[in-house]
Design a protein around this ligand. Structure first.
Ligand code: SF4
Length: 330
C-alpha cells in the first residue's frame, strides 16, 4: 500500500504536469475523490503526518512532518466576514525557514532550511481539510518562507488549490504575500493574467514608512528600494490585478507615529490598496514589545486621516506562537 506522502509526492506531481487530471476517466475520478473526500482506494488519509496541533481559542497551528523529517507549520484561523459568517483561512508555508532575514520575524532565525515542493504545499491544505476537518474557505501564503523565493512550486500549488476538481478554492480567496520581491511580483502578475486567475490577491509586506526604516527591518530593502517596489506593485494594478493589501507590522518606537502614517500615505500615492495593520507579535527574545491597544488605534486613526483604507489584523494565536511572524518556534 502506498503511503500518503508517496501519493502526494509522486502521483500529485504527475497530475500537476497534466492539468485536468489526466486523460483517463478513472484517473480524473480518483483525483477528484482524493482531493474532495480525502479518499483513495489504496490510501487512507489518517493524519499520521500531523505531529502537533496547538490551539488558542479557535486558532489551530499544526505541524506536518515530511519524508526527510523536516516540519512545516500551518495555521487555521477563523475570521468573521462582513456578513457575520465565520470563514476559515489557512495560512500556508512555502518554505521550511526563510532566507529573507526580517528582523522582527521568528522564522528568519531558522535561515532557509529548504524549499517545499508543490505537493508538500498542497499537503498542508489536504491535511487541514481531511484530518482536522477544517472547512477552509480562504488560503493565504503567509506562513513560513517567502513565496516569491519558491515561485515555481507556489504557482503549481495554486493551480491545484483553485482547480474545480481539486481543492476548488475560488481564486478570489487565494492570496500570496511577499516581502517585496519585485521580480516575483512581476512573474505573479503574468500568472494572474491567465484564465481563471484574475481574482488572485497580492499582499506586500511593507512594514515601514520610509527607506531607512525599511532597510533596518528588512534586508531585501537594500536590493529592492521603495521606488522599484512601487513600480512592481503599479505593474500588478495596470495588468488588472485587484487592489493590493499592504501589510504593516506595527512596532512600538519604530514605525508607529502619526508622522509615519503620513509618510506611508505620501509614498503609496494613489496606488489602489488597503493597509492592514498587524500589531507586532514578539518573537523569542524580541527587542520590542507588542504595541499597546491605544498605540494601535492611534496609528490606525492617523492612517485613516490620510484617506487610505485601513483595517487592523485581529491578533490571534499569539500564545501558541502561531501569530504573524512567530512561526518556526516549535
Ligand atoms: S517576515 Fe516573511 S519574508 Fe520576512 S523573514 Fe519572516 S517569513 Fe521570511
Amino acid at each position: 500500500m502506498a503511503n500518503p506522502e508517496q501519493l502526494l509526492g509522486s502521483t500529485l506531481a504527475e497530475w500537476i504536469a497534466r492539468p485536468g487530471a489526466g486523460s483517463r476517466p478513472n484517473e480524473a475520478s480518483l483525483y477528484r475523490q482524493f482531493h474532495r473526500h480525502g479518499s483513495h482506494p489504496d490510501v487512507p488519509v489518517d493524519g499520521r503526518q500531523i505531529t502537533t496541533v496547538q490551539l488558542e481559542g479557535e486558532t489551530r497551528k499544526f505541524l506536518l512532518q515530511h519524508t526527510d523529517g523536516v516540519q512545516t507549520e500551518s495555521v487555521i484561523m477563523p475570521i468573521e466576514g462582513r456578513s457575520g459568517r465565520i470563514r476559515h483561512t489557512l495560512c500556508l508555508s512555502s518554505q521550511v525557514g526563510c532566507a529573507m532575514g526580517c528582523t522582527f520575524c521568528q522564522t528568519a532565525t531558522m535561515g532557509r532550511v529548504r524549499q517545499l515542493t508543490t505537493s508538500e504545499i498542497v499537503a498542508q491544505w489536504h491535511w487541514a481539510k481531511h484530518s482536522l476537518n477544517a472547512d477552509i474557505t480562504n488560503i493565504v501564503f503567509m506562513g513560513m518562507g517567502e513565496p516569491m523565493d519558491n515561485l515555481d512550486a507556489v504557482l503549481a500549488a495554486i493551480e491545484i488549490l483553485v482547480d474545480h476538481n481539486a481543492a476548488a478554492i475560488p481564486a478570489s480567496r487565494v492570496g500570496v504575500s511577499t516581502v517585496g520581491h519585485a521580480v516575483g511580483i512581476r512573474r505573479f502578475t503574468r500568472f494572474m493574467q491567465q484564465d481563471g486567475m484574475h481574482q488572485l490577491r497580492l499582499a506586500v509586506s511593507v512594514n515601514a514608512q520610509n527607506e531607512e526604516t525599511r532597510q533596518s527591518l528588512m534586508p531585501i530593502a537594500r536590493a529592492v528600494p521603495l521606488s522599484a517596489l512601487l513600480q512592481a506593485m503599479q505593474g500588478w494594478i495596470d495588468a488588472g490585478g485587484q487592489p493590493i493589501l499592504i501589510e504593516y507590522v506595527l512596532i512600538p518606537g519604530v514605525n508607529d507615529t502619526p508622522t509615519a502614517a503620513a509618510e506611508l500615505a505620501t509614498w503609496l500615492g494613489k496606488l489602489p490598496c488597503r493597509i492592514n495593520v498587524i500589531p507586532y507579535n514578539p518573537k523569542v527574545d524580541s527587542p520590542w514589545p507588542a504595541p499597546e491597544e491605544c498605540q494601535v488605534s492611534q496609528f490606525i486613526q492617523a492612517v485613516a486621516a490620510t484617506g487610505l483604507s485601513v483595517n487592523r489584523r485581529r491578533t490571534t494565536g499569539r500564545t501558541v506562537m502561531a501569530a504573524c511572524g512567530q512561526l518556526g518556534t516549535t
